[in-house]
Structure formats: structure tokens, C-alpha cells
Design a protein around this ligand. Structure first.
Ligand code: NAP
Length: 332
């Protein structure tokens, strides 16, 4: 059994990741830590966990924990993942892996020095539907992929870490992350230049709405993400001979089948959608299982940290472009 500890009583961890971990095969959730000992103890009681800790340090010092899940605010992803790695723990860290590529490279160096497995929880990358979409592209089912179109809209109250610029808030890092990582996944290449445009909230300094163009060697990706929008998440993959559509693109519910629509009609007026169904699967559980297997067998991580570093370089370039108003190139 791979023994997990969780750093912080995060809302997302409580709602999604902890239930997903408990459903994962070969994994045991043994402890939760909070800056507040009473909060950790209450969470452990509620979850039926044997241990709770009143500090993250104390959890990292527990020799009966093999790996940690880090769902802290974005500005604490690298600092606490580094400390966990230094303590000999494997690390599954929430997305985005860092505030920027430079910080992510620091984590890469710590991973290499300590030899633990460090993986960003970019769960979409292990979902069978996205893997199938990439296989369909590779097989030429929609001709050559030319354009990736992504949307992610939601709305949240302002008392949230996403409205705190110092903590790495804003919609680009929060959900712009998804079309960036998955367009790179589908094109199997890095963008040569990116153009971003953001509307920034005057009160907090975080971007509320960000749209972008990513120029890849063989096509383009565009996306629009906002945290003052009605709920919306979709991806369209446009090829020279047809297109793929992924409804509920990033968070398909784990308890019901998901769908991939393949459209290869030669007529604009007469579509012939073919619906490919995927069995219900919890992508978080799947990622936890793959991560634990990798950590137990000496790696590699199910999602390469090197890829997460490049993803940060693209997000950095988008943020630079949103400020400069010009095309920017991701740093290699
Ligand atoms: N992969 C996905 O689908 C997905 C979905 C949602 C969120 N996420 C990621 O998960 C992370 C957490 O998101 P969330 O919505 O769960 O956030 P949240 O509810 O605010 O949880 C963050 C936790 O971090 C701890 N923390 C430590 N220092 C803090 C500080 N200075 N201010 C606030 N909290 C601090 C707190 O735990 P204690 O007080 O107990 O120490 C808090 O509960 C983010 O990185 C986000 O991107 C991923």
C-alpha cells in the first residue's frame, strides 16, 4: 500500500481528491495536516483518518508516509513540494505546478537531487478520452490537426485564493492552464509564439478574463477563460478533414460515461456526428493510482515534470504578452 498524507484542508481536496484517493487501488490515505491543529483533527475525524497534524512540517516528519498530495494555494506549490521531496516523500502537486517556469525548474533540480517522483496533478492528461483523441489525431482521422479551441468559464465568490494575486490567483493560471496543457498534448509540440489578452480586476490585480492565441509549428490554439462567466467547458480540435469535440472537456463527471464527438462530414450543412462513449472513470482516481504505482516502482511520473515546466514557460509567455501587447516566445 502506498501511504498518502495531505497538506492543508483544501476545499478541492475535501470535495474531489480525497474521495478519489480513497477509491484508488493500492493507496491508503493516512494523515491530513493543517496550519490549524483543530481543523486538521476535525477533518481527520470526519474522514476517519488515523492521524492529523497541526503543521505541514509535522506531517513531513512522519516516517509512515510515502507521499504527499499538495493542494495548497499556487504560491506554495513549489516551496512545500521542495520540502516534501527533501523529506524523502514523493509528491503529487496541484496544478499549476509553480508560479512560473523559473520556480518550476527549481523543483526539477530538487527532484533530481532527491530521486523522488514529483508529478503535477494535470489529471486531464491521463483521461482515456483525451488519450483517444490524441490517437485519432495521430491516425489521421480528422486529417491534420490545425486548430485547438478551448473554453473554461466559471464564477466564484471573491473570498477565494483565486482573487489573491500574491498567491498566484487569476484565471490564466487557474483554468487557462487546461487549454495550454492540452493543446501542447494534442499538437505534440511547443508553441513558437503566443499572444494573450487579459482583463484585470482593478481591486485585486488578478486576471478575470483571458483569451489567447498560441502559434504551433503546424497550427494554432485559441482559448477564452473567465472567472466571471456562466459555467462552460469545451474543447474543439479542428483538422483538415473533420473535427473532434469534447463536451465537458476538463472535468467530466467520474460517475457517468463521457463522450467524444467525431465529425468528418464533407458537408457544412449536413453533419454526421459519430459519438464515441467512454466508460465512467474518475480521472483523479486514475492519476492517483498511476502516481502511486510510479512512486512505488521508481518512476517515471505519469506526467513528466519536464512537461509541466514547459507548460509554465508557455503560461509565463502568455502573461508577458498580456502586459506587453506583443507576441512573446516561451523560454526553452
Ligand atoms: N485539478 C483540479 O481539478 C483542481 C480543482 C480545483 C483546485 N485545484 C487546485 O487546488 C489548489 C487548492 O485549491 P482550493 O480551491 O482547494 O483552495 P482552498 O480551499 O483555499 O485550499 C487551500 C488550502 O491551503 C492551505 N493554505 C496554506 N497557506 C494558506 C494561505 N496563506 N492562504 C490560504 N490557504 C492557505 C489552507 O489549508 P489549512 O488552513 O488547512 O492549512 C487551505 O485550505 C489550487 O492550486 C488549485 O489550482 C485543482
Amino acid at each position: 500500500m502506498f501511504r498518502f498524507g495531505v497538506l492543508g484542508v483544501s476545499r478541492f481536496a475535501l470535495r474531489k481528491m480525497i474521495p478519489a484517493m480513497r477509491a484508488a487501488r493500492g493507496v491508503e490515505l493516512v494523515a491530513i495536516a493543517s496550519r490549524d491543529g483543530a481543523k486538521a483533527a476535525a477533518a481527520a475525524r470526519e474522514l476517519g483518518l488515523p492521524k492529523s497534524y497541526g503543521s505541514y512540517e509535522a506531517l513531513l516528519a512522519d516516517p509512515e508516509i510515502d507521499g504527499v498530495y499538495n493542494p495548497l494555494p499556487n504560491h506554495l506549490h513549489v516551496p512545500w513540494s521542495e520540502r516534501a521531496a527533501e523529506a524523502g516523500k514523493h509528491v503529487l502537486c496541484e496544478k499549476p505546478i509553480a508560479l512560473g517556469a523559473a520556480e518550476a525548474r527549481r523543483l526539477l533540480a530538487v527532484r533530481d537531487r532527491t530521486g523522488v517522483v514529483v508529478c503535477e496533478a494535470a489529471m486531464v492528461r491521463v483521461h482515456p478520452r483525451w488519450l483517444a483523441a490524441r490517437e485519432l489525431i495521430r491516425g489521421g482521422r480528422i486529417g491534420a490537426l490545425r486548430s485547438f479551441v478551448g473554453t473554461f468559464g466559471y464564477s466564484i465568490a471573491r473570498d477565494n485564493i483565486r482573487f489573491d494575486a500574491e498567491m498566484g490567483g487569476g484565471v490564466l493560471l487557474d483554468t487557462g492552464f487546461y487549454p495550454v496543457t492540452m493543446s501542447r498534448f494534442c499538437f505534440e509540440a511547443e508553441p513558437t509564439g503566443v499572444l494573450g489578452r487579459s482583463e484585470v480586476d482593478a481591486a485585486t490585480g488578478v486576471d478575470l478574463l483571458t483569451s489567447a492565441v498560441l502559434q504551433f509549428p503546424s497550427g494554432q490554439a485559441t482559448f477564452s477563460c473567465g472567472m466571471d462567466l456562466g459555467p462552460m467547458q469545451r474543447a474543439l480540435l479542428l483538422g483538415t478533414k473533420g473535427h473532434l469535440e469534447l463536451p465537458i472537456a476538463w472535468n467530466p463527471p467520474g460517475d457517468r460515461p463521457s463522450e467524444l464527438i467525431i465529425e468528418t462530414s464533407a458537408s457544412l450543412e449536413e453533419p454526421t456526428p459519430e459519438r464515441m462513449a467512454f466508460d465512467a472513470v474518475d480521472q483523479y482516481t486514475l492519476l492517483v493510482e498511476l502516481f502511486a504505482q510510479a512512486a512505488s516502482s521508481g518512476g517515471p511520473a505519469p506526467i513528466a515534470l519536464e512537461d509541466s515546466v514547459m507548460n509554465m514557460a508557455v503560461l509565463d509567455a502568455l502573461a508577458r504578452s498580456a502586459k506587453s501587447g506583443r507576441w512573446e516566445s516561451p523560454a526553452r
